[in-house]
Design a protein. Structure first.
Length: 202
């Protein structure tokens, strides 16, 4: 049963990413809402400092060669709340996801998200309610306007992240596991991102 739930969760992650990807060419989709704000290499996710587990996520983005810093790349992060649910709010008459944010990498490809550890992801369309691993969902847009779907970040030590799943990620060369360290009451995790070749986007 656990293996089944994990498979459903991973499929859900791909569905969420791919569903947003299919609409990403439309400027009205959530990914492109950054066009109304000033971007920097650091962003705060709503309410991050009032959550039980605040998290500072840092890292660098590299070109596909793994060594060249990818500057001016826009990263979009969105996530569940601490209960594992997506929360929405109304802004200018439009419903939008509450816990989300954008950064634009600097000259060194660096980025920072001040966020929080989400709850175990609630898997929809299941009764009784089932849960999946805690996840942070990311997308990227390169300076040449290529939209790239990135693997969801998950957390080391998560009881719902099985050893078999870890092995599959390792076999596929997917580096998406965060290992946060507590620093003065805030969890800090560093994760570098290597952009795929254009033909390798998810």
């Amino acid at each position: 049963m656990r293996r089944f739930l994990l498979s459903i969760t991973l499929l859900l992650s791909l569905y969420l990413v791919n569903a947003q990807s299919k609409a990403s060419d439309n400027a009205d989709t959530p990914f492109f809402d950054y066009e109304n704000i000033t971007l920097s290499s650091s962003a705060d996710i709503a309410g991050h400092d009032s959550k039980p587990q605040p998290l500072r996520l840092t890292g660098r983005v590299f070109e596909s060669d793994g060594t060249t810093p990818a500057k001016n790349v826009i990263l979009y992060l969105y996530q569940h709340d601490e209960k594992g649910e997506f929360q929405y709010e109304t802004y200018n008459g439009k419903k939008r996801l509450k816990h989300r944010g954008w950064v634009q990498t600097n000259e060194n490809g660096e980025y920072v998200f001040n966020t929080f550890v989400p709850g175990e992801a609630i898997i929809p369309l299941n009764y009784p309610r089932h849960y999946g691993p805690k996840q942070l969902y990311l997308m990227a847009k390169t300076p040449d306007s290529q939209v790239v779907n990135l693997p969801a970040f998950m957390f080391e030590g998560d009881d719902l992240l099985s050893k078999s799943c870890m092995k599959r990620l390792n076999r596929k060369g997917i580096d998406c596991i965060l290992s946060p360290v507590d620093k003065n009451g805030t969890l800090v995790a560093e994760k570098n991102i290597v952009l795929p070749e254009p033909s390798q986007s998810l």
